[in-house]
Design a protein around this ligand. Structure first.
Ligand code: RNT
Ligand code: ZN
Length: 424
């Protein structure tokens, strides 16, 4: 521990203690929070199963920064580097297209064994795994429909893929001794105004019922469903809308996934958590950063991220909320993107844990909104950075921007020599 970091922490500890905030206990609590780090930032959502396939589903990665991972080994190496710069023990969120296998296998035929190398790696590193069926970037999703497709044969293919995915999730959970969240997101929707909004939703509901028919142990696999407002090519209508999945999730005991980029630009997900928490068995978050649309920019410590942290802490939702990250930026170093987004999310949680919640609540209840505002505002300049730096060093990772030189060296030695040739 650098003396200056230790000293700054001691001073900060006293300042927070004056408000009854125990920084040591806060750091203990922070260390128990696992973030689910999405693998797909590492290679622009390409995966390894269908290398020739373009990214589809109405999502898009922009930028051509060199050094993207081309193989499962490279992706794991990049993740190892990122995790060496992020305090705490976390999870990795895989998509089905990231299977690590030399077999030519289609999505409906995937089995746990195609992910064994991921499980072995996660076990060795003490990481958890989460999972997602990949209902896009595949010829059978070319017309933009999957589980709600009007052709029963295509629908069945995607049902089988989702069933296979849940079994893989359960295998992850059983192997690693912690539940895997298997999250279903589909792109289905119309570019222009539909003649029939109901029929695709009826089909989606029936497909989901079939997908979830097999009972799996919740100690190993937890199902989640993710809604969306619109995508590229589904601007007018998305089958799996928020209301659809709210209804489906509540009726069927599924986790409801809220992605911060999947609502109107002025409709933050932070304001939904308390309401949903009263009715939903649990929540999955896809923490993202929309800019004018669902652009999936790297998460930064902005007002909405801070507000999400506050809602989770103040509503005591950390125990039943699964916090996943979901962004993909191909215009900067991809390892740095993970480090920035994950560290920022942890900082937002730390900030929330270091706020004088009790005093703010009392001010509010007594109608003293002056105190509420003044205290909240003054606390923004309390020395949370000193606590964060201490936490980083305590966990053996670089404090402040010191991690950047590590990534720069890794980029020179490992990422840049990869070149582009093997990517397609
Ligand atoms: C798409 C959804 C979905 C994807 C990933 C790749 O809008 O947010 O979660 O980003 O599954
Ligand atoms: Zn998402």
């Amino acid at each position: 521990m650098k003396p200056i970091i230790q000293e700054a922490y001691e001073l900060a500890r006293k300042q927070y203690a004056a408000h009854g905030i125990d920084t040591d206990a806060v750091l203990e609590e922070l260390s128990r929070i696992k973030l689910s780090v999405h693998c797909w930032q590492g290679d622009d959502v390409r995966g390894f199963l269908f290398k020739e396939q373009e990214l589809s589903g109405g999502i898009s990665v922009t930028g051509s920064y060199p050094g993207a991972a081309r193989t499962p080994q490279e992706l794991r190496s990049d993740l190892d580097k990122a995790f060496s710069l992020i305090p705490g023990k976390h999870k990795v969120n895989l998509h089905a297209i990231y299977a690590d296998t030399s077999e030519k296998v289609d999505l409906d035929e995937l089995e746990p064994r195609h992910f064994q190398a991921w499980v072995d790696w996660a076990a060795q590193k003490g990481l958890g795994l989460d999972f997602n069926p990949t209902c896009f970037s595949h010829p059978k999703a070319d017309d933009g429909f999957t589980l709600s497709h009007s052709d029963p044969a295509i629908r069945q293919f995607w049902i089988d893929h989702c069933k296979a995915s849940r079994r893989i999730g359960a295998y992850f959970g059983e192997s690693l001794g912690q539940p895997c969240v298997t999250n279903v997101w589909i792109p289905d929707g119309y570019k222009d105004i539909p003649a029939d909004r109901l029929a695709p939703r009826v089909r989606l509901k029936e497909s989901l019922d079939e997908v979830f028919a097999e009972q799996l142990d919740e100690a190993f696999n937890l199902d989640a469903v993710e809604s969306k407002l619109f995508g590229i090519g589904s601007e007018a209508y998305v089958v799996g809308s928020h209301e659809f999945y709210m209804g489906y999730g509540l009726q069927n005991n599924k986790l409801i996934c809220l992605d911060s980029g999947h609502f109107h630009p002025t409709e933050p997900i932070s304001n939904k958590l308390s309401a949903l928490s009263l009715f939903a068995p649990g929540i999955l978050l896809h923490v993202s950063r929309p800019m004018r649309w669902d652009s999936d920019h790297v998460v930064i410590l902005d007002d909405e991220l801070l507000e999400i942290g506050r809602e989770l802490v103040r509503g005591q939702l950390l125990g039943r909320t699964h916090i996943g990250l979901d962004f993909f930026d191909g215009s900067i170093n991809r390892v740095a993107a993970w480090v920035i987004g994950t560290r920022s999310t942890l900082k937002a949680l730390l900030r929330a844990l270091l706020e004088p919640v009790q005093a703010l609540r009392e001010a509010e209840l007594s109608g003293d909104y002056t105190t509420r505002l003044a205290l909240a505002e003054e606390f923004k300049s309390y020395p949370f950075g000193a606590v964060w730096d201490y936490y980083c060093e305590q966990n053996g990772v670089p404090a402040r921007e010191d991690w950047l030189s590590d990534v720069k060296a890794y980029e020179q030695e490992v990422q840049l020599p990869r070149g582009e040739e093997a990517r397609v």
